[in-house]
Design a protein around this ligand. Structure first.
Ligand code: ADP
Ligand code: K
Ligand code: ZN
Length: 438
């Protein structure tokens, strides 16, 4: 890392001057491209196919000439085919679940781990956390990047880390109270479960010292944020990351909660049209493509995330100069097509949570009837309503149905279900159940 920022508070990089930042990005990009060209066969051959050499990257705009990398590249080269350093330099492996077939494996050198630690530390600082905070890490520890990623960043910040990992929820709540936890890191769906479990133990989170939640690893909506904040009295921050790029800490919200600042000095963001691959200007919505600028064990150049968002280049009220990305409202992988209509689960979540009396627990069931694909949405409703008169249940069901149909433009079957009947998640929630006939 160059000169003046070295020994300062690393968060200074969030406020760096644009020209300085672009210069730093270009310098790092060129080095990264050379490194990948020299050591990653797949990248080298794709460059050669295009008659490109690393020296062709003369400006940041030249990145658009470079080939993309996709998830299948990681699968095809499983486990270590994209590694660009000898195994003796690799000090950590992680792997992402990968619901089908082989997982995706990623590796880190010692300096990669330092970069990761630094960005997560800056992420926590962006949420106003300091060494005086007690941070409970309830992301799963292990091959998943969430737990250890948050852990080392929190430690680097100097906060007191409580490494509970996921699960054993009753105990999590007890420790949260007894240790005076001020911030929790987990998936938003898991935090909903924690709120519920706390109430079951007679604990209202609003009475605890907890003030911040750093939530990510799965898509969630603005409506979900409102529900969480109201039920727990905390401020809920959106954090974004993916194993292929580094893990959590690629981008995070600041106190303004208006999009997530990307740590651009380490991860170069682009938005492309997913159909044509063409780069879109800031402000336009498309697929997020990320390039690692300082990760050496497994450099990722123009990695297509399949996450849909836009870059917000306007200055943020917090004063940070690094650009933001909008909440990841959808990812291509989650979209399903029903009778020709594209539907994103986040649209359904938004509709459900806009109706009073619903709980943030639901399932989306896709099924086939008489040769046609249909959607059923099962939604938990709160205790009082459930024991209430049939009439008000019917009215609620009606409101829900029209809220969902209004947003997605398709007929749906809505089922109100009793409290505590929908499977809770301790990690990434799986809310879509596909029973369609193929
Ligand atoms: P897996 O691919 O097994 O889920 P990862 O933990 O690497 O493993 O998942 C990264 C993906 O999780 C991202 O590409 C994105 O789709 C999703 N994700 C992570 N953070 C967020 C967030 N804050 N909002 C929406 N989606 C997110
Ligand atoms: K090693
Ligand atoms: Zn900001």
């Amino acid at each position: 890392m160059s000169s003046q920022y070295l020994n300062d508070d690393l968060s200074a990089l969030d406020y760096v001057q644009k020209d300085y930042l672009r210069g730093l990005q270009l310098e790092r990009l060129r080095k990264m491209v050379q490194h990948a060209y020299d050591h990653v066969e797949l990248f080298n051959s794709r460059m050669k196919e295009r008659n490109l050499v690393p020296a062709d990257v003369k400006s940041l705009g030249d990145i658009a000439k470079l080939p993309f990398m996709v998830k299948a590249d990681l699968r095809d080269t499983y486990p270590f085919g994209l590694f660009a350093v000898p195994m003796s330099e690799v000090v950590r492996l992680h792997a992402s679940s990968g619901t089908t077939g082989k997982p995706i494996v990623v590796g880190y050198t010692r300096s990669d781990l330092e970069v990761w630690m630094e960005v997560v530390k800056r992420a926590f600082a962006s949420c106003g956390l300091t060494r005086d905070d007690v941070i409970q890490v309830s992301y799963g520890y292990g091959l998943f990047t969430g737990g250890l990623g948050a852990h080392y960043g929190a430690e680097a910040l100097g906060a007191t880390v409580v490494p509970t990992s996921g699960g054993n929820t009753q105990r999590q709540i007890m420790l949260m109270r007894d240790f005076g936890t001020t911030a929790v890191c987990c998936t938003p769906s898991y935090f909903n479960f924690m709120i519920e479990q706390a109430l079951a133990q007679g604990i209202d989170m609003r009475d605890l010292p907890i003030k911040a939640g750093i939530f990510g690893a799965e898509p969630w909506t603005e409506e979900m944020r409102k529900r969480i904040e109201a039920a727990s009295g905390i401020k809920a921050y959106d954090i974004y990351g993916l194993s292929e790029i580094i893990g959590p800490g690629v981008a995070i919200e600041c106190g303004c909660q208006q999009g997530m600042h990307v740590f651009e000095d380490h991860f170069y963001p682009e938005i492309i049209n997913p159909e044509t691959g063409e780069v879109l200007p800031d402000g336009e919505t498309g697929e997020l493509v990320l390039t690692t600028l300082s990760k050496y064990a497994m450099p990722m150049i123009r990695y297509r995330t399949r996450d849909i968002t836009k870059i917000i280049a306007e200055p943020c009220e917090c004063g940070r100069t690094i650009r933001r990305i909008a909440r990841i409202s959808s990812r291509s992988d989650d979209m399903f097509i029903i009778r020709g209509v594209n539907v994103f689960p986040s649209q359904i979540e938004t509709a459900i949570l806009s109706v009073d009396g619903t709980m943030p627990h639901y399932n989306i069931i896709l099924y086939t009837e008489n040769g046609l694909d249909n959607i059923e949405v099962d939604v938990e409703i709160n205790e009082e309503l459930f024991s209430d008169k049939v009439r008000s249940m019917e009215a609620l069901q009606h409101r829900l149905t029209s809220a969902i149909e209004g947003l997605i433009g398709l007929r749906v079957r809505v089922k109100l279900v009793a409290p505590n009947t929908i499977q809770r998640s301790e990690g990434k929630a799986r809310r879509v159940i596909d029973h369609r006939e193929r």
